[in-house]
Design a protein around this ligand. Sequence first.
Ligand SMILES: *Cc1c(COP(=O)(O)O)cnc(C)c1O
Length: 422
Amino acid sequence: MSVHLKQEEFRLRQEKRKIALKRAKELKARITDYLENKDQIKNGFEVQEQYNRAKQTLLNFFNADNEQWENWHWQMANRIKDVKVISQLIDLSPAEKEAIEKVGRQYRWAVSPYYMALAMVSGSGGPVWLQAIPCIEEVKDRYGVEDPMGEEYTSPVEGVTRRYPDRLIINVTNQCAMYCRHCQRRRNIGEIDVHKSRKVLEGALQYIRENKEIRDVLITGGDALLLSDRQIEWLLTELDNIPHVEIKRLGTRTPVTMPQRITPELCKILENHPPIYINTQFNHPLEVTPEAKKACDMLVKAGVVLGNQAVLLKNINNQPDVMKRLNQSLLTIRVRPYYIFHAKAVKGTRHFITGVDDGIAIMEQLRGYTSGLAVPTYIINAPNGYGKTPVLPQYIIENKNDQVTLRTWEKRIIPYNISGKH
Ligand SMILES: *Cc1c(COP(=O)(O)O)cnc(C)c1O
């Protein structure tokens, strides 16, 4: 190679490097706002001191020890459902106390001690508190309907919800470790915890046996992991005996609200019935705690694939930076963000409803700005059970023959001939 060519190559390389450095500077500028904000949006790992203090307050109150705390039966038996207990744990105004009492007469509430400790960390009116503790808006809601999804119209047999060609839901219980204030199925949450009877479950299994196109069965509730280990093992075994069932999914919020439920015994059962997918519901980074991580680690070791279905909730996670921090924190505990659901206007939950604009703004601030793995699909559930409908910011401005006009994550407008012609 001639000296001249070598020089030319060197100059070109320098030129490219210069452009790359300029671009890197531009990209750094894209993240400065988030980096400034991020420190204010704590995840569960960053509030351990406060959490341990709240936990100790609860242990003292129940006169219990750490071993009991770690036992999910203890957590269930000691769920907090009395305003007198809360007011002994945290200072409440008379109005707050009255609101909890009043709502409690109309809607059930109960909080595992573990999630209560997190609620105390988040403080009255904080993002964890709002999900667990009743507020007066619930009974002020004069609009909203009880079953906007028309679930009752999509149940071909008791205990089954079917809205798709190849998959369905079996509803196994109405019980939860914590009754979310934003629950979309509150009409099913009676005053008494009931698991579906063996007869109903047999009926659901029979329906699956007779409908060979069902290859994916989602076990949910309530909370699927509030069934006993024995019941879970029975159900998974029955499903494994149906040749056309390829995968099983469990819907549970226990990794978030009562991670103590994830025991070695349960994991042994799950490990014996692959492939199992578990979708859970983390809604705020404060919920991503060392305990939640331990539960997720155990599930991953048992071969379970973990996903997250967040619900978009006003004053909890309807800001792009909160959702970004949540999804990034989830990836660190090996939970893959799967969906963000737009909350439905279920009676008693309307104070959580946000605009679709909030959801779109969040998606806009995720794509490109952070790992694709941290970008879930934003979903609006169509009325009448017509299914999950994805909603995206508009990335194609024009599409004529092979000529498309793209709008990139940074909002650059770029005409592009996809066939390579000009
Ligand atoms: C959400 C849902 C499913 C699962 O949907 P995916 O998009 O496959 O996760 C299945 N059946 C019903 C009735 C549902 O509501």
